[in-house]
Design a protein around this ligand. Structure first.
Ligand SMILES: [Zn+2]
Length: 287
């Protein structure tokens, strides 16, 4: 990169490499790359690797990576949730309980997942397991219709490994079926014109089931779907959630405040988030 393009790699470029290796299932290569990086790996790099461990279900490496993360960023709720989901997937309920105890001791609360979609210059936000109002009712109705079609025509079987509770399979299916991005995509399909690209912004990583669900919708309905998980600094999450809730009540325009707040909070880390939000929203009230 430095020789051909005269670009000095930054930590974000190294992060992309770790992500590539992880997505290609090359965990050992990803780990070796991290420990040999010329710049010291930060929590984001280790977290990317933890995400790959979660995707591939590698408990041994996840524990190794988690040790580094607990030194660099011990109070990050997302890391605990990710580790917990890895144990859940492997059915290691004692370890799940241990992580949850540690979260309770540190007074950590699981960040609620939300997704946003813009329709006719209005931003709509959905929270996982959202209580019913007119908007969510429309989303739920469309979602059950989509679920049925995907099961019949696409052979969709819900992937419930990410559910963090030792509960019955049926309840797990019910939990994953209410994830915020599913509600947002269903709402978009109910409201947008046929053939429109559906763009969704989410605050957390998309789970395995939602990922397959989106791919299947795209195939069965012939739709283009773009889901962007924005990297929002954790310190702003609570404030952002308040703003999103406020946005739901007050209609369009509030999203601009979100971007401004992100920008004040941490310009560097929120750059990607702002770009994604801008690209997704593209309303005239912005920028
Ligand atoms: Zn999901």
């Amino acid at each position: 990169m430095a020789e051909t393009y005269d670009i000095e790699p930054t930590i974000e470029h190294y992060g992309c490499m770790v992500d590539f290796y992880g997505r290609a299932g090359q965990l050992r290569k990803a780990y070796n790359f991290v420990v040999q990086m010329p710049v010291p790996p930060n929590a984001v790099i280790w977290r990317t690797l933890l995400g790959a461990c979660s995707f591939l279900g590698d408990i041994e490496m996840a524990e190794q990576v988690n040790k580094r993360l607990s030194e660099l960023d011990p109070d990050n709720c997302g890391d605990h949730v990710l580790l917990s989901s890895i144990y859940t997937f492997a059915g290691k309920w004692k370890d799940v309980a241990m992580v949850r105890r540690s979260m309770a001791e540190k007074d950590m609360k699981k960040i609620p997942g939300w997704s946003m979609i813009e329709i006719d210059k209005v931003m709509y936000s959905f929270v996982a397991g959202d209580k019913q109002n007119e908007i969510t009712e429309e989303a739920y109705n469309k979602l059950s219709e989509i679920m049925l079609k995907l099961k019949v025509k696409g052979g969709y079987i819900p992937e419930v490994g990410s559910v963090l509770h030792d509960i019955e399979e049926e309840e797990k299916e019910d939990t994953v079926s209410k994830h915020s991005e599913k509600l947002a995509v269903a709402f978009g399909m109910a409201r947008l014109c046929k053939g429109s690209t559906i763009r969704i912004v989410k605050n957390l990583r998309v789970c395995k089931d939602c990922h397959s669900f989106m791919k299947l919708i795209s195939k069965v309905y012939g739709l283009e779907i773009v889901v962007t998980a924005v990297n929002v600094p954790s310190i702003l999450i609570e404030e952002l959630n308040d703003t999103v809730l406020c946005n739901r009540r007050s209609g369009p325009g509030t999203i601009k405040t979100i971007i401004e707040r992100l920008s004040i909070g941490s310009p560097k880390r929120s750059k990607a988030a702002m770009k994604a939000l801008r690209e997704t929203i593209r309303g005239e009230q912005l920028c």
